[in-house]
Design a protein around this ligand. Structure first.
Ligand SMILES: [Zn+2]
Ligand SMILES: [Zn+2]
Length: 160
C-alpha cells in the first residue's frame, strides 16, 4: 500500500532527524563536506567555515543567553522545542542555574535542569525500583529466612 509506505518513510525520516540533530553535511558557502569537530560543531573541509547541528546551536545559544526561555531558544535557533527538551532529558544539555530554560520533574512537577526527575523524586524513584527488585527476589524464594531480631518488632511477613 502506497499510504503505508509513505508513513513508514516519514517515520524513518523523523527518527533520522532526531538522531542526527539536523547535522550539516554540505557547506552552505562552498558546497564542501562538513566534518564533525565535536560538541555539535562541524567544519567545512574546503573553506573551513563552521556549522552547527541542533545540539551545537542550542548549546551555544544557551551559553550566550543564560536567561533565555525554552521558547526563545527554539525561536532563535530554529530547533524544535521537542528536540531541545529531549536533549535535556538525555542529559546532553545541562541548563545553567541562572537559565530560565527548564524542565519539570515528571513526578512532582518542580523545575529541574536536566534529566527527568528532581533529586528528591530521583531518589524516591530509585528506592521504588530497588524495593520492587527486592520483592521480586523474595517471591523467587530469596531472603525467606529473614532474621526476626530487633526485639521482635519486625515480624516475618510474607509479601502477597
Ligand atoms: Zn565551505
Ligand atoms: Zn520531583
Amino acid at each position: 500500500m502506497q499510504d503505508r509506505e509513505e508513513r513508514a518513510e516519514k517515520l524513518r525520516k523523523d527518527l533520522m532527524d532526531e538522531e542526527n540533530y539536523n547535522r550539516p553535511t554540505i557547506c552552505s558557502a562552498c558546497g564542501g563536506i562538513m566534518v564533525f569537530k565535536g560538541v555539535g560543531e562541524y567544519k567545512c573541509e574546503k573553506c573551513g567555515c563552521i556549522g552547527f547541528d541542533d545540539y551545537g546551536k542550542t548549546r551555544n545559544y544557551i551559553e550566550q543567553h543564560p536567561g533565555a526561555t525554552m521558547a526563545e531558544v527554539a525561536n532563535e535557533t530554529g530547533v524544535a522545542q521537542k528536540a531541545i527538551r529531549s536533549m535535556i532529558k538525555e542529559c546532553r544539555l545541562e541548563i545553567a542555574p541562572t537559565s530560565s530554560v527548564f524542565l519539570r520533574c515528571e513526578i512532582c512537577g518542580t523545575t529541574i535542569r536536566y534529566g527527568r526527575f528532581c533529586a528528591k523524586c530521583e531518589t524516591a524513584h530509585h528506592r521504588e525500583i530497588e524495593e520492587r527488585a527486592r520483592k521480586k527476589m523474595n517471591m523467587a524464594g530469596f531472603g525467606m529466612e529473614k532474621p526476626t531480631g530487633e526485639g521482635g518488632a519486625k515480624r516475618f511477613t510474607r509479601e502477597t
